[in-house]
Design a protein around this ligand. Sequence first.
Ligand SMILES: [Fe+2]
Ligand SMILES: [Fe+2]
Length: 691
Amino acid sequence: MRTARRKKNKLITPISTMKVKNEKLVELLKTRQYTRTELAEMGVTEYQINKLANNYKLEYQYEPSKNDFVYYILEKGYDPFFFLPDNGEEKLKIAKMADLHIGSTETDEKELISLFSYLWEEGYRIISMSGDLIDGWGVYRGQTENLTYATIDRQVDVAVSILSMFDFLYITNKGNHDASSTKNGGADAIALVQERMVNKGKKFVYLKSYCGYIIYKNTAIQLLHMDGGYSMQSDTYGNQKVVNAMNKTSSTRGDVNVNCIDVFGDKISVINLITGHYHTLGKFMYGSMVVESPLTTQHTTDLINRRGIRSKTGARVSEMEIKDGKCVSEKGAIIFGRDVHEMYSVEHTPNLSIHTQAPKSTDRANNKKTKVKTEIDNEKINKVLRNLIKIGFVGKDELKDDEIEYIRQTYFYNIYRNPKDGTIVYQQDNDEHTIIYAPAEQKGIVRYLEISNLFVGSKFFSTKAFREILDRTKAAGVKFVHIGGNAIWGIPSKANAANTELFDGRDQVRKLVDILSDYPEFHYYTIDGVCENTFIRSSKAYLRFNPMKYAEMLMKEKGIKFTAINDSKCDFLIYGIIFRMDCSSEERLKNWYTRDYGMVKSLRELMVKAGRIVKVKGKEYGIGAIFYGHVPTTIETFSGGMYVTSTAGPTIDLDNKSPLIKSNPEGAIVNALVNHGEILKFEREIIAPIV
Ligand SMILES: [Fe+2]
Ligand SMILES: [Fe+2]
C-alpha cells in the first residue's frame, strides 16, 4: 500500500517530468542544430533553453540556409562548427582571408573593397576569415596611434558597410583584436557585425571562438587564430608549431589524416587549416592537410615593424576537390596587389615542403629606430580633467597639445587652449553643444515625460514599473520621452556585480529596446550618464561600445524615433527658451545623499560660471528648466527663475541593497506653458506606479 502510494506520487511530481524533458532536449541539441522556432514547435520553452546555457556549452550561430540562428550543445573542450551546405559541385571554391583589421590606419578600405570586387568577379562566393576582422582597442601599447576609428561602434559600422556591399557568405572565427571588444568594450563586436549583417539580409557566420570549423562533405576546414604574440622566425614557423602540437595530441591518426575532430559523434578529418594572426603568407602540406596563413589586409604597423615582420596583403583562393571525407586535390592561388590584382597559381603539392627564413638583420635594426610616441597617462589626465570641470581652467603646462586632442577624442569634452595666454579652458556652454530644436507640434505648450536612472540590466530595474509609467504617459497623450541618462546599468563595478542581471552592454540595450519598441508613438531622447560612460568614456578600461547609439540604430530599424545625444547634456530650444537635460555628475555625485543639496549647489555653480544664457548661433536664450538625471530621487525646486527637477526612475530595491535606490519608482510628465522665451506655467505630474 505504502509502495503504491509512493509510486503514484513520483509519477505526478512535476520536477521529474521537467527532468525527462530537459534530458531529451540535451540529447537533441547534442546531435543536431535547431532554430528556436523548431525547438518551440517541439514544445521547448525559452526558460529551458536559457537554463541549459548555464550547464552546457550551448553554441549558436547564423545558419544562412535557414535564414535563422541555430542552437546546439558542444561537449566541453570542443570548438564551434558550421555546416556548409553541399552545393552539388565537384569542387569547393573558397577565398581565404585573415586579419582584415578594419579600423586600423594601415588597412586601406578602398584596397579592401577592390579586393572583394576582384574575388566576386573571379566567381568566389564564400570567404573564410581567420579572425582579427576589426582592429579593436587597447590590444597593445600605443595602438591609439594606429587607429583611424577608435570606437568599436565605428569599426563595426565600417566593417558592416564594406562587407554588406557584397553577397558573399562570410565565415569568421574570433581573433585577439576582435576579442578586445569584449574584454575592453563590454560587447562582442563581431556578434554586432553578424547581427547587423543578418538584419541586412546578408550571410555572415560567426564561430565565437579562436578556433572554429567549417564542415563540408564530411570534412572539416579549421579556422584558427593565435591569442597574442608573434613568434615569427619564418613565414611558416607558427603553423609548424601548431601542427607539431596537433601531432602530439591527435589520438585518431589515420594513414594520412593527422587531425580529426568529433562532430556530433562522427570523426571527421581536417583537410585544411587556415591560421590568422601571422599577417603573412605561409603554406605547406602536412599529410593530406593544407596548412596556410592567408595574408592580411593590414599593411605593416609600428607593432609589426617592431617585431621585424613585414605584412603581406592580399588573399588566398583555392579550389578543393573533396571525396570520401578527404581532399583529393587542391589548386590554390595568391592574390596580391593594391589596385591591380595578380594571381600566382600554386599547384597542390602532396609532399611536406617547409621552408624557413631567418629574420632580416635590417628589420632588427629598424626595430631600434621605431619612434616612441607620447604615452597617454590616464591617471594624470583624469586629475587634470577633474580640476578643469571643477574650476573651468588649468595652467598652460598641465596638458600637452596631443593630450588635449586625446581628451577631445576620448571624452568629447569641449577643451581648448586659450590663444591669448595658453591656459587650458573647459568651456561648459558655447555655440557648439547639442541643441535640439523642438518639433512644430510643441508650440506654446511643452509636454514630455522626464525619466532617468532606469538602470536596465541591474536587478533594481523594474520592467513592470517602467511599463506602467509608459502606459500612463501614452494615455495622457504625451509624445516625447526624455531619458536623462543612466538608461542602462553599464559595466558594474566590483561592488555592484551582485546587483547585476545582464553583464553584456548589448543585452542591456536590447532589453531596453524590447520595452521601448512596444511604444512606437513616442520620440525618445537620451543623454549619456555615468552608466553609459562606463563604456564610452571610462579612462580605466578604454571602453568604446556606445550603448545609446546602438539603441538608436535598433530603434531606427524598427522605424521608431530615437535620438541618442552623445553628451551628458543637451538643450532643447522650445519656443524661445531652453529646456535642459543634464546628467553631468561631478558635484552632485558627492552630494546625492543629501538629495537636492547637491543639485542646488551645482545649479549655483552653473549660474556663476555660465549664467542662465545659452548661445545658439550667436543668439542668446535663457534656460527655463533643467531636468537633472543621475540623482535617483525626486526633486522639484525653483531657483533663479529656473525650474530644477529630477525623478527617481523605474527602480526598486526590495532587499535594501543600495544606499541610493529606494522602492519608490517614478517618472514625471512635465507640462509647461511657454511664451516669448518665458515659462508662464510649469507643472509636473508625478507617475508613481504601485509595485
Ligand atoms: Fe591577431
Ligand atoms: Fe592580426
